[in-house]
Design a protein around this ligand. Sequence first.
Ligand code: WNU
Length: 152
Amino acid sequence: MRSTQARHAEYFSFLRSVSLLKDLPEEKLAKIVDCLEIDYFDKGEYIIREGEEGNTFFIIAKGEVSVTQSTEGFPEPQEIKTLGIGDYFGEKALISEDVRSANIIAKENDTQCLVVDRDNFNQMVGTYEELQAYLREYVEQLSISDERRNAV
Ligand code: WNU
């Protein structure tokens, strides 16, 4: 089995490659790695369900996910986009203190997500103003595009 140290180094360099986190100070990134959990999903499994409460933020380490959303005039949730390695999701419920606003579904077997809980997310984002401003702006844009698409 791989040592904790090797695992730590692996996730540390992976997180450094995630655009959102590239400017975080070393000790901050190291702390996030310490608090990470890794969740595994099979194809078709729901990682997030629209309307549910959520307290976690996800970063894709392996695989692909589909983002779908209930839309006026359609019987089934519609696919909005797909996300892959290094992409993240689940920030909106944390930032807007709301329920989950879309479904996230694994598109491949053995899809792996790094999971950050609300406390660690707040520590990661909260103390870093640029990051917070960036995400707030992004989340606002998501609400606007939801309305344009007639999301329900
Ligand atoms: C979209 N509308 C909504 C995505 C990921 C990260 C960023 C976009 Cl910074 P949540 C469901 C999650 C939500 C978002 C993600 O789905 N999402 C979207 C949309 O057009 N959500 N409402 N596109 S991918 C994405 C921007 O992360 O967070 O906690 O759960 O509501």
